[in-house]
Write a protein that binds this ligand. Structure first.
Ligand code: ARG
Length: 276
């Protein structure tokens, strides 16, 4: 009987320890809305946390690597910028990887505090969320399988083609302006590359640095000479609409990082990491 008693006490102890862990995990996992005290960076509570939303399919901006411990880690120059913003806020940073086209809704509803995800400053986006100053600029690229590279060397040559783009991106907008183009809009860049390799799309429109990274890592694809243009140039940080304090803080950190050359350094480092 006594044995059973000890067993039950032990069981209760184990269960409560597990429950406590579960709770911590919930907070860390950001399942609670970001605007509740323990999750939010802007409530001034003791354990500040900045929850950053991104789509980690985008080397060298944000992508996943296996670190020394064999764990998945999200890295990239956007990630470094986010860490600096958190540092200036005196907050811990947590990244939430999601589909690119869901990021602004997550920000809008307060489930993330910031979006840093190679986000271009499209006027419609500025209606939904507030956008920081531009922290970096890059061009757009067209990617094809290498044997088609010379065939698709102008924007006109893309007319009527099957074009792969990321869902909700400005590349989708660009592709829509191409006469007769048949769009395949997908959630993650990797899937677009797979469609390209298997011939289900003829070309993909992707941010220049991301295209370069994929071309280096995936055999049989190349960047063509076609040069898409967009008015929504550059990359900005998304902040919840009306959160002026946060927007000012983000812009102040960006001023610092642009001013002292850190952004360029982050880009170089992240590009080297993406090549591995
Ligand atoms: N710059 C493009 C846009 O804002 C694409 C960004 C995609 N970002 C990503 N992390 N997949 O629409």
């Amino acid at each position: 009987m006594r044995k059973w008693g000890i067993l039950i006490v032990a069981l209760i102890m184990v269960t409560s320890v597990l429950a406590a862990c579960g709770q911590n995990k919930n907070n860390a996992g950001g399942n609670t809305p970001a605007n509740e005290s323990q999750g939010s960076a802007n409530t001034g509570t003791a354990s500040k946390k900045l929850i950053v939303g991104l789509s980690a399919d985008f080397p060298p901006y944000e992508f996943k690597i296996k670190n020394e411990n064999g764990d998945n880690e999200i890295v990239g120059f956007d990630v470094e910028i986010a860490k600096e913003i958190a540092k200036d806020l005196g907050a811990e940073v947590e990244f939430k990887d999601m589909l690119f086209d869901s990021l602004l809704n997550e920000l809008d509803s307060g489930r993330v505090d910031l979006v840093i995800s190679g986000l271009s400053p499209k006027p419609e986006r500025a209606k939904q969320v507030d956008l920081s100053q531009i922290y970096y600029k890059a061009e757009q690229s067209v990617v094809s399988v290498t044997k088609d590279k010379d065939k698709y060397n102008t924007m006109e040559s893309l007319e009527g083609l099957k074009i792969g783009v990321q869902k909700g991106s400005i590349q989708e907008d660009i592709a829509k302006t191409i006469t007769g183009a048949k769009l395949t809009s997908l959630g993650k860049i990797n899937d677009i590359i797979m469609q390209l390799k298997s011939g289900r799309v003829d070309v993909a429109i992707i941010e220049g640095p991301v295209a370069e990274s994929f071309v280096k890592n995936v055999e049989g694809i190349s960047i063509t000479d076609a040069k898409p243009v967009t008015e929504d140039e550059g990359y900005v940080v998304g902040v919840k609409k009306g959160n002026k304090e946060m927007l000012d803080q983000v812009n102040a950190t960006l001023d610092r990082l642009i001013g002292d050359g850190s952004i360029d350094k982050f880009v170089t480092e992240a590009s080297a990491l993406a090549e591995k």
